[in-house]
Design a protein around this ligand. Structure first.
Ligand code: AMP
Ligand code: GLY
Length: 423
């Protein structure tokens, strides 16, 4: 099988790493990829805003399966362009990707099909949004409707904060068109978990549950980030709760999408809050999580290429998805200044060779580049350092053992990944 992976982050490195282990995979291209991915795949520069040029490449290179990482490319409609040419692609269509691309779409879908989620309203002007906030009081959550690179959610502990968020999103247009409308929702208290699932639009198979650490500092302090670390399995999602998620969230969502005329194929990512009142959906993502994928892939015992191709071809029912009984922990090493936009860049990275001597430790590149033949930092989240072992504690120890070997100026990382499971 010849495979093309779209994207350049740690998530894509983890997907390529797992795909490369398949005996059925003969060649992997990544567009654009990164220096870590380049050790396993051929990185190519394609204009990802020109979807027909990407499809031309897939045809010219006789690609058997394309796997899409980032949501923006899905929301732009890459799947529709590939399918129109009869090319196999793993991911939702443009319409189905609205489950992430429009929070209003996702909330309306959940309301219509009784999928448990926070109570909400959708607003198209600032005055009615503010009136609703004043009626509901705080704490309350304000969300820009569209894609805002993970920054469009404000969890407001006071009414003033919520009103200020409306000004920023709707009057100052901080997120552009993504903030033309807002979802305002009930604040949910509880513990979060990420449940991702493979689906071909009819059959849905959950992956091992994971937990992300969104705040920059230990003990969940400081601003939100793209995710500072993950672990899997997440014991908070007990087998009973996982079954409940399957029955009340994943299966009903797949049925709802099909009933709405936009069957959902790809990875469906349910961001869940486990509240005292039960499980509620915080959000759906139309793609693999980052850095969830970095801990889920090492636990997958099945051939990823086979599973993804079966999803793309509507025959997931025929494939057995198996997991090993291990645990994985990912520690994200970030650049100085992250999550602010002006983080430090171009710092040489050392120590990756010595991590290769640690069995079952893997470094996924997220924000790296090559400058003057030296590996350097280019992104805010630079590396995802993963330990895989028989249990979470051993996996955590291994991940931090690997982190200790790596060095770049200004590096920072959380020291408490997996704390909720190990407390
Ligand atoms: P999102 O970008 O939708 O993942 O939201 C970012 C973070 O905001 C989530 O991971 C939660 O920690 C938090 N959040 C979102 N919605 C709610 C809610 N209704 N109640 C409490 N926290 C929320
Ligand atoms: N880890 C959060 C996300 O992928 O959205």
């Amino acid at each position: 099988m010849r495979i093309l992976v779209i994207g350049s982050g740690g998530r894509e490195h983890a997907l390529v790493w797992k795909l490369a282990q398949s005996a059925k995979v003969s060649k992997i291209y990544a567009a654009p990829g990164n220096p870590g991915i380049a050790e396993l795949a051929e990185c190519v520069q394609l204009d990802l805003t020109n979807l027909s040029a990407v499809a031309d490449f897939a045809q010219q290179q006789a690609i058997d399966l394309t796997v899409v990482g980032p949501e923006a490319t899905l929301v732009a409609g890459i799947v529709d362009v590939f399918q129109a040419r009869g090319l196999n692609i793993f991911g939702p269509s443009k319409l189905a990707a609205q489950i992430e691309g429009s929070k209003g779409f996702a909330k309306d879908l959940m309301a219509k099909y009784n999928i448990p989620t926070a109570a909400f309203g959708v607003f198209y002007d600032a005055d009615s949004a503010k009136k609703y906030i004043q009626e509901q009081g705080a704490p309350i959550v304000v969300k820009a409707d569209g894609l805002a690179a993970g920054k469009g959610v404000i969890v407001a502990m006071t009414e003033a904060e919520a009103l200020e968020a409306i000004d920023k999103i709707m009057l100052d247009s901080e997120f552009g068109q993504a903030g033309a409308s807002v979802v305002i929702e009930e604040y949910l208290a509880g513990e979060e978990a990420s449940l991702l699932a493979f689906t071909d639009g009819k059959t849905i198979v959950p992956m091992v549950a994971a937990q992300d650490h969104k705040r920059i500092f230990d003990a969940d302090q400081g601003p939100n980030t793209g995710g500072m670390g993950t672990y899997a399995p997440a014991p908070v999602l007990t087998p009973e709760l996982q079954q409940l998620c399957l029955d009340t969230v994943l299966v009903p969502t797949i049925k709802a999408m099909a009933a709405e005329g936009c069957p959902y194929v790809g990875c469906l990512y349910a961001g869940l809050m486990i509240t005292k009142q039960g499980i509620k959906v915080i959000e759906f993502n139309a793609r693999f999580g980052d850095p969830e994928t970095q801990v889920i892939m090492p636990l997958l015992a099945s051939d990823l290429a086979e599973v993804l191709l079966a999803c793309a071809q509507g025959r997931l029912q025929d494939v057995e998805v198996k997991w090993n009984n291990q645990a994985a922990v990912c520690v994200v090493m970030a650049a100085q200044g992250y999550p602010a936009a002006d983080y430090r860049k171009n710092e040489p990275i050392s120590g990756l060779e010595s991590v290769k001597q640690l069995e079952n430790a893997t470094v996924f590149h997220a924000g790296t580049g090559i400058s003057a033949e030296q590996l350097v930092t280019t992104g805010g989240r630079v590396l995802g350092v993963v330990g895989c072992a028989q249990d979470l504690r051993a996996a955590k120890d291994l991940a931090y053992q690997a982190v200790e070997k790596i060095n770049f100026t200004g590096q920072h990382y959380r020291k408490d990944i997996a704390w909720r499971a190990l407390k």
